[in-house]
Design a protein around this ligand. Structure first.
Ligand code: SIN
Length: 495
């Protein structure tokens, strides 16, 4: 265990003093409680301590947030692109100016180590910076006409009001990745953050107000997921729904959007294969798979879920990888040197336990870990499982925990077959020094993102999103802007 650098009570006081510990929802620029006064606790997953109580809102508050986003749409979308860009740039500056407080909030309510939380603030802010710039580049088109007396134009216009439902694993970055392009394109937005991590969302919203993003352009409602979700789905004023979370919920939201024919973006679960070929550089493969597996204690959609290792390098890789995993310090994310925080809740630990039990009952062996950590709470030991295969639940379900199953394979074709044998298709990783193989395998993998000799590939400048049941649409990058814009064809006749 490292030394405790900050006690949570001290941390919460620091946040209170900074003005960033907001504990109400934001509707039309006003901080409000739930109309019936109901609240829900936000607790630190590392200690179980109460951080704050926040409103438990429902249909009525969501309806008011939608109305406020709807009535602000006209003025916000009519601002020039450079005016919107300036507001977003200011928001970016403020996010960075408050990076330490935001990171502290993320660690307190989500559990990831402070260093990683600081990384998330930089990552989240980068989307606001990128889309502040991109706001000025929503070019349309001029199409050569088929008749000389005509001129054909394509305009890009904002979709309208956006509903954004965001997860707990990246309390800031997933909001930024949606609110950035939505606001940049001229849309207004109603955000429903996870009930586990609402405080970071509220702090970010406070900074958006300070940045001059007008009241009503960005609203945050917290609480009853199904009531708020239904309000967003049923409203004809909400023209776009964007969601990051589980595939099961994503399917329901997609079906629920049908009635009002909303534009939908879904960033859903993954089952990332990480393929280590015999010709991989071992240090690069260990470092890359470690990063891809254990980021946020395995709680990301792009985390390596299955590590496929070719038979010639299997023992060497398994030993080096396990040695590196053994050295990872587990603990409260506020403590110096901690690399692995707690899981988000008891249900997450129970899921990991169920998957590990299933794997061992089907012939896998525990190389390292394999049980709850002696720290108690929701801490789980970083775990390596040997001799796993694709029939085990740990390889079929998204683990979302610090468990690395190693699967042995013989040939490139076999690795591709195993890797693609899943309904998911978000991220995949390959480690090889052979350039033709890296091309061949990248092309053959049925995934939206592929890392070659790299385990951390997310960036604001590249498109993020999956194929198959991992989702629809792309976030980040120039492509991410299109998700919030409609194309309008205008034909000028009689010229
Ligand atoms: C996620 O886990 O949903 C997002 C991960 C990332 O942006 O890298």
């Amino acid at each position: 265990m490292g030394t405790v650098t900050q006690q949570p009570a001290v941390s919460v006081n620091r946040l209170r003093e900074s003005g960033l510990l907001k504990t109400q929802g934001l509707i039309g620029g006003k901080w409000v409680d739930a109309y019936d006064g109901k609240t829900i606790k936000v607790e630190n997953p590392a200690t179980g301590e109460l951080i704050a109580n926040v409103p438990f809102m429902g249909k009525k508050e969501a309806g008011d947030a939608i109305s406020s986003a709807y009535s602000t749409f006209n003025s916000w979308s009519k601002l020039s692109a450079s005016e919107r860009s300036k507001c977003l740039r200011k928001w970016y500056d403020l996010l960075l100016a408050h990076k330490d407080d935001l990171a502290l909030l993320i660690t307190l309510e989500q559990g990831k180590p402070l260093k990683e939380a600081l990384g998330e603030v930089a990552y989240g802010a980068s989307f606001i910076e990128f889309f502040a710039e991109e706001a000025k580049r929503t070019y349309g088109d001029v199409i050569p006409p088929t008749q000389n007396d005509r001129r054909l134009l394509v305009l890009k216009q904002p979709v309208g009001v956006v509903g954004a439902i965001t997860p707990w694993n990246f309390p800031l970055a997933m909001i930024a990745r949606k609110a950035g392009p939505a606001l940049a394109s001229g849309c207004t937005i109603v955000v429903k953050p996870s009930e586990y991590t609402p405080l970071t969302a509220l702090a970010a919203a406070e900074l958006a107000l300070q940045a001059g993003i007008p009241p009503g352009a960005l609203n945050v409602v917290l609480g009853n997921s199904s009531e708020i979700g239904d309000a967003l789905l049923e409203s004809t004023q909400v023209r776009k729904l964007t969601f990051t979370g589980s595939t099961a919920v994503g399917k329901k939201l997609m079906a629920g959007s049908a009635n009002t024919v909303k534009k939908v973006s879904l960033e859903l679960g993954g089952n990332a294969p990480c393929i280590v070929f015999d010709d991989a550089e071992i240090d690069v493969a260990v470092k890359g798979s470690l990063a891809a597996k254990f980021r946020n204690s395995g709680q990301t959609c792009v985390c390596a879920n299955r590590i496929l290792v070719q038979e010639g390098i299997y023992e060497k890789f398994a030993n080096a990888f396990s040695e590196a995993v053994k050295n990872m310090q587990v603990g409260n994310g506020l403590d110096e040197g901690v690399a692995q925080g707690p899981l988000i809740n008891e249900a997450a630990v129970e899921k990991v336990e169920r998957l590990v039990k299933d794997a061992t009952s089907k012939g896998a062996n525990i190389v390292l870990g394999g049980k709850r950590h002696s720290l108690g709470m929701t801490f789980y030991e970083p775990t390596v499982i040997g001799n796993a295969n694709n029939e085990m639940l740990v390889c079929r379900e998204e683990v979302f925990g610090p468990v690395a199953p190693l699967l042995r394979f013989k040939t490139e074709d076999e690795a591709i077959r195993i890797a693609n044998d899943t309904n998911a298709g978000l991220a995949a990783y390959i480690f090889t020094q052979c350039i033709p193989r890296s091309w061949r395998v990248s092309e053959a993998l049925e995934y939206g993102l592929v890392g070659v000799n790299e385990g951390l590939i997310s960036t604001e400048v590249a498109p993020f999103g999956g194929v198959k049941q991992s989702g629809l649409g792309r976030e980040g990058s120039k492509y991410g802007m299109d998700e919030y814009m409609e194309l309008k064809y205008v034909c000028f006749g009689n010229i």
